[in-house]
Design a protein around this ligand. Structure first.
Ligand code: SF4
Length: 378
């Protein structure tokens, strides 16, 4: 087992280092939180901009601007809602997750990233009005005091990619620590865990990593932490008492995929204690149809979209059902060799039929997917 110290891990890779310019919306410039970030930004160029100038600065074509956009970070206010239900589809089994919107886009660059087809602004943004975010959470918790909240920040960005700059994770972990029946999930492909050390998290934060086969991680996940560094970070977080989770998503057909996923799973359980893992999800590659052309344009050598796909009930392209079952059965077959009986292994956005073929039961027979996940954390 290769053990890194936490400072070694965070030195390995920090996607915030790719940022070239930070643009600050002028009304936010004097906020103490923004001043803290300016201090941490070091030599990064800082510019103040008026809101009416955003679109002029960000013009030049969305797809063409994506690579450059990942180097420009806009610090601004979220004027809308921070907390929203995960945009799931009725036709598939969803897990009743709430998305906490902390900003948009990601400095890393996964070839298959669905955000490329989902967003319409190529820049990174981060919302600095964290007091409003906290007030909104307080109001939501007060409105439904008996509800179990599972909240994640990793839907429209990576939860920890900019954390060395923003320090947001500590604010959220400290806030959630005092809330009963509430779980915060920080989902990442980085090893940026330094800000999570020495926090009194109260067991209410899960730190999770998206994993893939070594080949996909090396070829299709640009600027992300290596498998070794993600697992070393997970092992450290487990030592600090955090619950851990993993997402095998997207599972992708490629040469020797069975061996690839088996190798990742074997390394995972070599490094992370099985009893610390709250949940593991599996989801086969699915994407909004326009993504295919965006990827063709940005990554002409990428082969993963050359398979045959069908359109699912949610309008997303997916592998044929028999292929999805084959992928899930193989990955699940490796997971069950190691997984703790307390860990919830589940499928993200799949039908009851697929659940039955993979696990032998559907979520309703276990009380429903939200209840299955709630049980692992309460
Ligand atoms: S880490 Fe996640 S959000 Fe960032 S580019 Fe990859 S898939 Fe997209």
């Amino acid at each position: 087992m290769l053990i890194h110290s936490e400072s070694e891990i965070s030195m390995v890779h920090d996607p915030a280092n790719f940022i070239h310019t930070i643009y600050i919306e002028e009304s936010c410039r004097d906020l103490p939180y923004v001043q803290e970030m300016i201090q941490k930004a070091g030599k990064v160029s800082i510019k103040t901009v008026a809101e009416q100038d955003f679109s002029r600065l960000q013009s030049g074509g969305y797809v063409k601007g994506l690579s450059k956009g990942k180097r420009n970070l806009l610090l601004t206010r979220n004027k809308g809602k921070f907390l929203k239900p995960c945009p799931a589809t009725r036709e598939y089994r969803c897990c009743d997750y709430q998305v906490l919107n902390i900003g948009m886009n990601c400095p890393m660059d996964c070839v298959y990233c669905i955000l490329q087809a989902y967003l319409n602004n190529p820049w990174l943004s981060f919302f600095v009005n964290v007091e409003d975010l906290i007030s909104e959470l307080e109001e939501a918790f007060a409105r439904e005091p008996d509800r179990i909240w599972r909240i994640g920040t990793g839907e429209f960005t990576d939860s920890l990619a900019l954390d060395n700059l923003t320090g947001l994770s500590a604010k959220l972990v400290n806030f959630m620590a005092l809330r009963k029946n509430s779980i915060l999930e920080l989902k990442t492909k980085t090893a940026n865990i330094e800000n999570l050390n020495n926090l009194d998290h109260g067991g209410n934060t899960i730190v999770s990593w998206s994993l893939n086969s070594p080949h996909i991680m090396a070829q299709e996940e640009l600027h992300t932490a290596s498998l070794q560094d993600r697992l070393a970070a997970a092992s450290k977080c487990a030592e600090w008492g955090y619950k851990i989770a993993f997402h095998f998503d997207p599972i992708i057909y490629h040469d020797n995929w069975q061996q690839g996923y088996a190798a990742t799973i074997s390394q995972l359980f070599d490094q992370v204690p099985a009893e610390n893992i709250a949940w593991i999800s599996m989801g086969a590659l699915r994407f909004l149809p326009p993504l295919k052309n965006i990827v063709k344009d940005r990554f002409p050598n990428c082969k993963i979209f050359y398979e045959e796909f069908i359109e699912g009930l949610d309008g997303k392209s997916r592998y044929f059902r028999s292929q999805r079952v084959e992928l899930y059965q193989s990955v699940y077959g490796e997971l069950v060799k190691h997984v703790s009986p307390k860990t919830c292994v589940y499928l993200c956005m799949e039908s009851d039929e697929i659940w039955k073929e993979v696990f032998g039961y559907n979520p309703e027979q276990q009380g429903g997917l939200p209840a299955m996940l709630d049980k692992t954390v309460t």
